[in-house]
Write a protein that binds this ligand. Sequence first.
Ligand code: ADP
Ligand code: ASP
Ligand code: MG
Length: 468
Amino acid sequence: MRIVMKFGGTSVGSAERIAEAAKLAVASAEQGHQVVVVTSAMSGVTNTLIDTAHEAAAGRWNQTVGRQLLDRHSAAAAVLTGATGPRHGAAIDAIARRVDRFEKLCFGLSMVHELTPRLLDAISGTGEMLAAPLVSVAIDARGVRSQAIDASDIIVTTDQFGAAEPLMEETRAKAAALLSPMLAAGEIPVLTGFIGATADGVLTTLGRGGSDYSAAIIGAAIDADEVWIWTDVNGVMTANPNEVPAARTLSEISYSEASELAYYGAKVLHYKTILPAYRQRIPVRILNSFNPADRGTRVTVDGHPSATGVKAVTSIRGVSLIAVSGTGMQGIPGIVAKAFDVVAEEQANVLMISQASSENNMCFVLSSSDAVRVVKALHEALESELRRGHVEEIAAQPVAVVAAIGDHMRGTPGIAATVFGALGAAAINVIAISQGSSERNISLVVEEKDAGLAVRALHDAFHLERPA
Ligand code: ADP
Ligand code: ASP
Ligand code: MG
């Protein structure tokens, strides 16, 4: 089999974890599989890079960060290689070069005081470029040849910095040229997750948490038989285990369930990961690098239909509900269209939409980081409606979205009743509701403070702690 294995930040968070990741990759290679590794940055590094970039652009460049990155990665390299040999020297060189590049970029920022999305990508992708040489030397130390490769040499993307999309044809050609000979020779290439480059070679990133997406893109590009996501929990669970201690691992879910879960806040998978795998029907597994004996979750075409129909409950925080309201909105055509034109122009991603049948109010949910901008633009676009009194108010409110998800909710009566019964019993006020026409989810807007309670109430009401 040809397997793409992605290791997340905690799975490569220390020299010990990297050695463990290398062991897992090598074990599969020794079973006769062709293995490509995709690595995240060591835990915490991407956040540090992004914070440092923002601070530098504000004139407060913390010059100790470069040294800390150098120390942390060099120390890991020393542990992994025994601090001797040509591979140790090469890894130290690679790390030093990348830290140097990061410092030069921060220096530039502290001079020009302007952080463009393009510069932020150039900086935030550094973490993966520091981690890949470490994972590669760790594999080499176990006796299997390995090379670290910057994914910017393989994944060709659009120039949407911070949320770049792969150009699959170009990516496929580069992957074949670079990776196929290595795989044929029994080597394990170690690619940086999270990053790509435009056709002109400008570095891009796929979005926060995007290394999962990188793995699926590479899997599709090399026609992998499976994509394995190694993380720090036993697979995709019935809820975030930090939010619901009774959450249980789902042994099998469908591609559509995995997409919905990821889209509605299950951070264990980046929300774009499933599509490239689904298009080629590549099975995806989510596994625990801290507990590799556990079978984790398998993502397949059918998933396991479960008795109640609801398989998992998720939550998204850091979002805002934008409400456009006014008694005069009734029957005035085009207000909704205008509102969504604004959202599109502002490049804000809408997570959920709901409109009261009286048409007195329409509301939608988007990231709080977009809310102020969108509200301002809505005031401008609906200026004449506001003046005439057709629209009375355009307001944003910080909220959370809670969703109940499962393919077989469709055709299972009583799910909505259970949802509202459970929230009512917990005295949680539901601000807005939406059910996708696919009937794979019911999503609810609640106050942010109620989100945890709402997730637990739904998890209990559908008895998700019990095996289906
Ligand atoms: P990685 O660094 O391996 O990419 P992430 O932190 O991005 O890991 O994702 C794994 C985390 O996702 C888990 O530790 C858990 O806290 C969180 N999580 C949220 N929802 C779920 C869920 N439904 N199932 C499993 N984990 C979840
Ligand atoms: N390191 C990147 C991030 O923290 C990508 C990833 O871990 O998936 O967002
Ligand atoms: Mg992740």
